[in-house]
Ligand binder design. Structure first.
Ligand code: NAG
Ligand code: NAG
Ligand code: NAG
Ligand code: NAG
Ligand code: NAG
Length: 436
């Protein structure tokens, strides 16, 4: 490898060196940036009581309503294009040909018609299956002997994404089933985004989980347990992902994403500050952005967080490098960083405090940014400040809230301590060549 002074070039080469060369994405050309859309589970679960709860039950009406909202309320243009069905959509019985079929009362038009409706609005349809005997909700599963037929059924329905859950299956079946489904989806000839719940059933960490393999067969994967509508749950997810960042960061990249689960923003459990924190940290993690909320009644506050253009731009950065926690202070402040294309980067200052807004003082050089002048755009306050690396600044971070910055060029930062595998020939240079 040749290290020149051309910054971007160097950064790309070093990252390539830092990642295992065998990690390549599922070859369906999909999800080069983290997928965005809406997913039913967290907000609507397995509500099949259409008699008493017609607006919220898992039915074609619910997905039509959400498709209408995505198409008409400015979501689609921002990238929120998936309308995803989760569990409890199917009939308890397969049809005469042994194919899965949707519940005839709740989906009178069938899934294919729903897919057409969604496609006519420029959106995509996702569906749910499970590699065990039953889905988690007790509906028919897609065990090994049903994988081919069900993959073909989903393709015939013109479905665009499959979440393949793992209830009621064991280790051996999962080892066979998740790769088999990947092949079966490919064999249909229809590009179908593939979300694997496999690692979440195996503790999410090596040696049980092989992230190189996952990157080859899945577009995204759930690493950890289900998110719930509470701040405690968000904290629990955040801690697991950042405590294991050394394992998870190299697994992610264009076409292959770690999935910390749905966005709760617009639901009942998070304050506005906590909602901004979830949005900011999901952007740092290059996480899929699947909202699970009621888009018919969402507040304008929650909407503006989910529709924040700069947060989405950071999430969707084409380099697809997952960010990391770089500071964990005893006082409860944590700092997160993500390298972005065009020599830019993102910083998030996060407070775990429970008292009052905390004035955190630091400088870009303390955060290992190299010499230079930076333009810092505050993502939620929508204000810009110019900073030298040496300038001490203070950010006021609310309890369980964030301040998020997008930093424009030069945005250089030493990386050597993080990517020890990357070769460096610039020891002793005044300006390190790790330029992002
Ligand atoms: C199937 O896999 C091949 C080889 O990896 C790839 O070229 C092709 O685009 C894939 N097709 C679909 C529909 O995913
Ligand atoms: C997994 O389930 C299969 C039945 O599908 C059974 O034959 C096998 O022994 C089980 N394996 C383990 C490790 O439990
Ligand atoms: C992980 O998967 C890759 C690709 O399938 C394979 O080459 C490698 O040997 C596996 N690693 C382990 C530790 O099993
Ligand atoms: C990134 O920075 C380097 C050196 O400062 C510069 O040569 C390069 O043109 C920059 N790249 C972009 C895309 O701005
Ligand atoms: C900055 O770099 C030093 C030396 O490599 C390292 O010890 C420190 O943890 C880094 N600080 C941050 C905030 O990354």
């Amino acid at each position: 490898m040749f290290v020149s002074s051309a910054g971007m070039h160097v950064a790309v080469l070093l990252f390539a060196a830092a990642l295992p060369l065998t990690t390549v994405a599922l070859d369906n050309g999909l999800m080069k940036t983290p997928p965005m859309g809406w997913l039913a589970w967290e907000r609507f679960r397995c509500d099949v009581d259409c008699e008493h709860d017609p607006k919220n039950c898992i039915s074609e009406n619910l997905f039509i309503d959400m498709a209408d909202r995505l198409a008409e309320d400015g979501w689609k243009e921002l990238g929120y294009v998936y309308v995803n069905i989760d569990d409890c959509w199917s009939s308890m019985d397969r049809d005469k040909e042994g194919r899965l079929q949707s519940d005839p009362k709740r989906f009178p038009g069938g899934i294919h018609k729903l897919a057409r409706y969604v496609h006519d609005r420029g959106l995509k349809l996702g569906i749910y299956g499970d590699m065990g005997t039953h889905t988690c909700g007790g509906y028919p599963g897609t065990p090994l002997d049903k994988i081919k037929i069900d993959a073909q059924t989903f393709a015939d329905w013109e479905v665009d994404m499959l979440k393949y859950d793992g209830c009621y299956s064991n280790v051996t079946e999962q080892e066979q089933g998740y790769p088999l489904m990947s092949e079966a989806l490919n064999a249909t000839g229809r590009p179908i985004g593939y979300s694997c719940s496999w690692p979440a059933y195996q503790g999410g960490l090596p040696p049980k989980v092989n992230y190189t393999q996952l990157g080859k067969i899945c577009n995204l994967w759930r690493n950890y347990g289900d998110i719930q509508d509470s701040w405690d749950s968000v904290l629990n997810v955040i801690d697991w992902f950042f405590n294991n960042q050394e394992v998870l960061i190299p697994a992610a990249g264009p076409g292959r994403w770690n999935d910390p689960d749905m966005l709760l923003i617009g639901d009942f459990g998070l304050s506005m500050d906590q909602s901004r924190a979830q949005m900011a940290l999901w952007a740092i993690m290059a996480a899929p952005l699947f909202m699970s909320n009621d888009l018919r009644t969402i507040s304008s506050g929650a909407r503006s967080i989910l529709q924040n253009k700069m947060a989405i731009t950071i999430n969707q950065d084409p380099m697809g490098i997952q960010g990391r926690r770089i500071v964990k202070e005893k006082n409860g402040i944590e700092v997160f960083w993500r390298p972005l294309s065009s020599n830019a980067s993102a910083l998030v200052f996060f407070s775990r405090r429970k008292d009052m807004p905390f004035r955190y003082q630091t400088s870009l050089s303390k955060l290992n940014y190299t010499t230079g002048s930076y333009k810092a755009f505050d993502v939620f306050a929508e204000k810009t400040v110019m900073l030298k690396d040496s300038t001490d600044f203070v950010v006021s971070v609310n309890p369980s809230g964030v301040v998020m910055w997008y930093l424009s060029a030069p945005a250089k930062r030493h990386l050597r301590q993080f990517y020890k595998g990357g070769r460096s020939r610039d020891e002793g240079n005044a300006i390190p060549s790790f330029i992002l």
